[in-house]
Ligand binder design. Structure first.
Ligand code: MG
Length: 203
């Protein structure tokens, strides 16, 4: 499986990092070795002194597809969950300045903690879902999918023009504003609506 992630999909987050609001989705990928499950602790890597949390709504792809039309895109995911797109911001900043790819900042081991997945049918409106991250019991990120620049359907249609989606692939749909550094000992809790799905520590 693969992880496809969307950068700068909330305008307020693009602004907080002094990035332009994109006209087309910013896409990057993480390998399967980035997955961290079951609320296991995240071990802070030594190669970065500025690992940021980015809480995101995650789609789980339910069937293979390419060149998917936007009007059919919703049928390509059945379940949603929460994930953290851990980002080595110091490394990313250096690579951005040189116009280099982001993999070392984004795709490292365990950089994609994911929650359990929930059938999307359990939610009334996927375009009005609150996602939230608490850091040490204080809310640091609080967003709503109504503020997505590119909808889930648009993302699926767009990505599948280039990359075949397969059953089990995960799509990280972008983070709302409020990203920041994590430190050893921190406690992260992520909420989708009122359900706590992520609950783990930085070690
Ligand atoms: Mg992200």
């Amino acid at each position: 499986m693969k992880i496809i992630a969307i950068g700068r999909n909330y305008a307020e987050h693009a602004k907080e990092l002094n990035n332009p609001v994109p006209a087309v989705p910013v896409i990057f990928m993480k390998p399967d070795t980035a997955i961290l499950k079951d609320n296991k602790p995240f071990y802070h890597p030594e190669f970065s002194t500025d690992i940021h949390h980015e809480v995101e709504l995650v789609l789980k792809v339910s069937k293979e597809g390419k060149h998917i039309a936007q009007k059919f895109a919703a049928s390509y995911f059945d379940e949603i969950g929460l994930g953290i797109d851990f980002t080595a911001r110091d490394i990313q900043q250096k690579h951005k300045e040189k116009g280099l790819p982001w993999e070392l900042a984004k795709a490292f081991d365990n950089s994609a903690p994911v929650s359990k997945f929930i059938p999307k049918s359990e939610f009334k409106d996927l375009n009005n879902l609150n996602i939230r991250l608490d850091l040490n019991e204080i809310t640091v990120q609080d967003g709503n999918t109504k503020d997505l620049l590119f909808s889930f359907e648009y993302i699926i249609a767009f990505v599948s023009q280039y990359i075949t989606l397969k059953k089990g692939d995960l799509i990280f749909t972008g983070t709302p504003k409020g990203v920041g550094k994590v430190n050893i000992g921190d406690h992260l809790c992520g909420y989708l609506e009122d359900q706590k799905l992520l609950d783990f520590y930085i070690r």
